[in-house]
Ligand binder design. Sequence first.
Ligand code: ATP
Ligand code: MG
Ligand code: FE
Length: 340
Amino acid sequence: KVILGLESSCDETAAAVVTSDRRVLAHRLAGQEAAHRPYGGVVPEIAARAHVEALIPLVEGALADAGLTLDQIDAVAATAGPGLIGGVMVGLVTGKALAHAAGKPLVAVNHLEGHALSPRLSDPDLDFPYLLLLVSGGHCQLLLVEGVARYRRLATTIDDAAGEAFDKSAKVLGLGFPGGPAVERAAALGRDVVPLPRPLKGSAEPHFSFAGLKSAVVRAHDSGRWSVEDIAASFQAAVVDCLIDRTIRALAHADAATALVVAGGVAANQAVRGSLSALASANGLRFVAPPLWLCTDNAAMIGWAGAERFAAGLTDPLDMPARPRWPLDPAAEAVRGAGV
Ligand code: ATP
Ligand code: MG
Ligand code: FE
């Protein structure tokens, strides 16, 4: 089967054509960094307008790259949430219109399911169940992925997401936007010498916390005692330390998992990948991380999640609403009102 995937939940507009036998026939992406940079973060209204302008040309381009017409697509998969509501609506409405015009089914994809299943696009040997560290701009969760549409959340953040911590720290350090790659580059030039906290490390509860770490970065920067590079290196080491500690705790509750998997934008970070890979080996588990382009937002992962859902018989009606909030594991308890 051939699936057209659309993504527009944050500040990347993207279209891709993916097959159910894991071929990415085309993927096109338009970032909006330049439009948001003057504001130091994503401005929802600017994002929504940019999605409107970019999406249809990207769809046309992706279909042309794949050498296919809309009639030759078997289903249209579009992100239906969670994310910035204006952007999500642009992609979902476009997906509905294309599905209707082509007379093909719509698959409404949870953006987080796109991240969660993306490692199965790049690795044909990755079977369920697996322990997933989902680390992105808006989320930091440990999930037992039991199957398509079957997620058990073992941990989430009680305040900031890991990517959010990278972005906020980058802003404090004057490294610009988007912050993750900038912090990683600066960290490569610095040393882990600044004493920074590891929130919730060793805690009996399963969750993550990063707000205190960001505050400590502010204090370290204000003190004038350390270079930006040393603070970046120390910050990155602290984040990695927390991610590893919490993942070790989750492993004790995920006996069935055959692989340790990381996905989401922060999974593009080499220190994060390296440490998790070592942790997996130490535990006799396979380690799977998607290639970097599949970690940050893209439409191939949405097309792939669409292919997996389509194969499972999961399609959606054309009146499917956009969902700004949409937890992968609705049964998981709310954590201090944060980080679903
Ligand atoms: P969500 O998926 O939770 O809705 P999002 O879609 O905005 O959020 P992603 O595109 O998956 O998030 O990831 C973007 C985040 O990843 C940003 O916070 C960015 O700073 C971070 N990031 C990207 N590359 C790196 C890197 N090399 N090191 C650390 N963080 C990174
Ligand atoms: Mg982005
Ligand atoms: Fe994302």
